[in-house]
Design a protein around this ligand. Structure first.
Ligand code: GDP
Length: 171
């Protein structure tokens, strides 16, 4: 028969950027009820929608958990990077984490797509996706295709556009 390719998508970003809210939109009603079981100090959320597996985790701070999340880099086929556009103070931290991600040996040089959600676009004073892209230096990403969408994960605005782009790229 016809075998569908398994696809692994990582959903990353700082804590509080909106990752859980974003991936809730990709879950069916039953999956929304499943609880996230927190491991000590490090939360990983996993679920599968048809042939697409999603794995989400916080990249914030604690260096001692870095190995735990970097372990997922090897077999990912695409990344969704969620940014809180209203958190201007931590944009530099986002940039540092993004650079660490892009330079990681399991990531660098691999031609998979990265989708950025400039999330919380509804918050007053939120930075535009253009400003976020400039602030993060996205034009310097040469080994991957990338796309940025402003989103409001509470209403779902912008999420569909982003995911359509990602699906086309991964295929
Ligand atoms: P995570 O830590 O990255 O998984 O972030 P969460 O999904 O838990 O979201 C953190 C907080 O931000 C929660 O209170 C969400 O309701 C809120 N939030 C998420 N997305 C948005 C958004 O687009 N706009 C606004 N105003 N709040 C959001």
């Amino acid at each position: 028969g016809f075998k569908k390719k398994e696809v692994n998508i990582l959903v990353v970003g700082l804590n509080n950027s909106g990752k859980s809210t974003v991936i809730n939109h990709f879950k069916n009603e039953e999956e929304k009820l499943t609880e996230i079981v927190p491991t000590v100090g490090f939360n990983v959320e996993k679920f599968k929608n048809q042939n697409v597996g999603f794995t989400a985790f916080d990249m914030s701070g604690q260096g001692r958990y870095r190995d735990l999340w970097e372990h997922y880099y090897k077999d990912c086929h695409g990344i969704i990077f969620v940014i809180d556009s209203s958190d201007r103070l931590r944009l530099v931290v986002v940039r540092e984490e993004l650079n660490l991600l892009l330079q990681h040996p399991d990531i660098y040089g691999r031609r998979f797509p990265i989708l950025f959600f400039a999330n919380k676009m509804d918050v007053r004073d939120a930075l535009s996706s253009v400003k976020i892209a400039a602030g993060l230096g996205l034009d310097q990403i040469l080994d991957k295709s990338w796309h940025i969408c402003a989103s409001n994960a509470l209403t779902g605005e912008g999420l569909q556009e982003g995911v359509e782009w990602l699906t086309q790229q991964v295929r």
